[in-house]
Design a protein around this ligand. Structure first.
Ligand code: PFF
Ligand code: NA
Length: 477
């Protein structure tokens, strides 16, 4: 029973699609605001180390599992672990990934919806003049609007996923990714003309103190931003051509993702350091940085900003779309491969289920008190239950915040840990070396592979384990 699997039309197609999955709201929306909240430099440094010693190897591990097995995460892990220690149990990684995908997509669709409304606002501001910007609290507190925007975004995602892989996804990313990069470069150049630019760079690159929650957030975000730890790259790898280089593609994807995240910070922080009133008015709603702070630069600090603003939010929307597509694809490909449902049925069922949770997220930023104030272990301000909220959720409240925290900081690192253990210790290294094309002339794994294997066996699992332990013990630095 070997069905011909859909394939990327070229290796560039794979790189762009995987980069499309990686580059998204994680870079443009999330990274700048969590970096701001975690005081810059130290957080950025830990993040970069996580990307290099944990993210990069795990990216290669995931893609190689997918391509070798030619299947989505659950069947892929079943197939690859056959006859090895642990056997079928390794496929729990795939199941966890599907749950993580559901959770992430639920809140991601809400934020993605914000790009639609920012686009509309910008059209209005470009035509009729800038009125000082949007009241972010009022906007996210508007329940029907929030649910509506998330619905529009989820529906578009579902239709594209129904259409299959190589057609839609690949074509769109091929055009949009370079345009997004181009506009970001313009924005960075422009931010260098602002007075706050040097302060922004100093904030970003001067090491600062970081506590254990910050460590976990940097680690979790390195998974989130690279779409790792939940099988998205296993899924995309399964559509990759036999002769394309996994190593080179992974390096390209990781560099591109990191570059874009850093550029987003330079842009955002230059504005914050240039316009103190913007920084003060932002207050606690740092999550609105991409949507509220940035228009300030377009309309008051950039020549021709009027023209770029609406285009930029269209691109943000598309960057988000190429990520939501990959999230939904993880869930859908499982239903197709495991239950043998049709693509249409799988997509409809998955998307509607996710939309229910999206609704809770959409209502949790001020619209409905119950969702906005929700804490998993109750509202206690001291005692054991408080400790649990503190340890596992950094004492965050609100359905969307909790979903985000749970997925990025727990599901993905744990999923990533299992993947790195599987490829590092269980899968015969001959198979990985062969799949990665890292054999020397005698057919033995080469030096580069040894370094990679060291990372997969020791560095990555120990670093993840160490950080999780620090959080559980409540240690600070
Ligand atoms: N990497 C995406 C981003 O940075 O926006 C988010 C994401 C997409 C996470 C796909 C996980 C995933 F499977
Ligand atoms: Na990303």
């Amino acid at each position: 029973m070997s069905k011909q699997r859909d394939q990327w039309s070229s290796s560039l197609g794979f790189i762009l699609a995987a980069a499309g999955s990686a580059v998204g709201l994680g870079n443009l929306w999330k990274f700048p605001y969590i970096t701001w909240e975690n005081h810059g430099g130290g957080f950025v440094l830990v993040y970069l180390v996580c990307i290099a010693v944990i993210g990069m190897p795990i990216m290669m591990a995931e893609i190689l599992i997918g391509r070798r097995a030619q299947a989505s995460p659950v069947p892929a892990l079943e197939k690859m672990s056959k006859g090895l220690p642990g056997g079928k149990w390794w496929s729990v990684v795939g199941w966890m990934g599907v749950i993580a995908g559901l959770v992430i997509l639920s809140f991601y669709a809400v934020v993605a919806g914000w790009s639609i409304s920012s686009f509309i606002n910008c059209i209005n501001w470009s035509l009729n003049g800038f009125d000082g910007g949007q009241d972010f609290g009022g906007f996210v507190g508007n329940g029907p609007l929030q649910v509506g925007l998330a619905f529009v975004f989820s529906t578009v995602t579902a239709f594209i996923v129904m259409g299959g892989i190589s057609g839609g996804i690949e074509k769109a990313t091929k055009v949009l990714m370079p345009v997004l990069l181009g506009i970001l470069v313009l924005l960075v150049l422009n931010s260098f003309t602002l007075d706050g630019a040097s302060q922004a760079l100093a904030f970003l690159f001067t090491p600062s103190a970081i506590n254990s929650h910050g460590l976990l957030e940097a680690l979790g975000h390195s998974f989130f931003t690279l779409s790792l730890g939940m099988g998205a790259m296993i899924t995309y790898g399964s559509y990759m051509g036999r002769h394309d280089s996994i190593v080179k593609s992974s390096i390209a994807i990781v560099l591109l993702d990191t570059l874009i995240a850093i550029m987003a910070c330079i842009i955002m922080f230059s504005i914050l350091f240039t316009f103190p009133q913007v920084r003060d008015s932002m207050g606690k709603s740092t999550a609105g940085m991409l949507f509220v702070t940035l228009p300030q630069m377009f309309y008051t600090g950039m020549p021709a900003g009027k023209i770029f603003a609406p285009i930029f939010y269209v691109l943000v929307g598309f960057a988000a779309l190429s990520s939501t597509i990959s999230l939904l694809e993880v869930v859908v490909s499982l239903l197709v491969d495991k239950l043998e449902w049709t693509r249409i049925k799988s997509t409809s069922v998955a998307a509607s289920t996710i939309f229910v949770f999206s609704t809770f997220c959409a209502l949790s930023n001020g619209a409905v008190d119950f969702f906005s104030g929700l804490k998993p272990f109750g509202q206690a301000t001291e005692g054991f239950l408080f400790k649990l909220n503190e340890t596992f959720f950094a004492n965050k409240a609100g359905f969307m915040n909790l979903f985000d925290h749970m997925a990025s900081n727990w599901f993905l690192p744990v999923g990533g840990m299992l993947i790195t253990l599987f490829v590092g210790w269980i899968l015969p290294s001959r198979i990985s070396a062969e799949e990665l094309d890292l054999l020397d002339e005698n057919g033995n794994p080469n030096k580069f592979f040894q370094v990679l294997l060291f990372s997969l066996r020791f560095l990555a699992p120990l670093a993840i384990g160490y950080i999780i332990m620090m959080v559980i013990l409540g240690r600070d630095f």
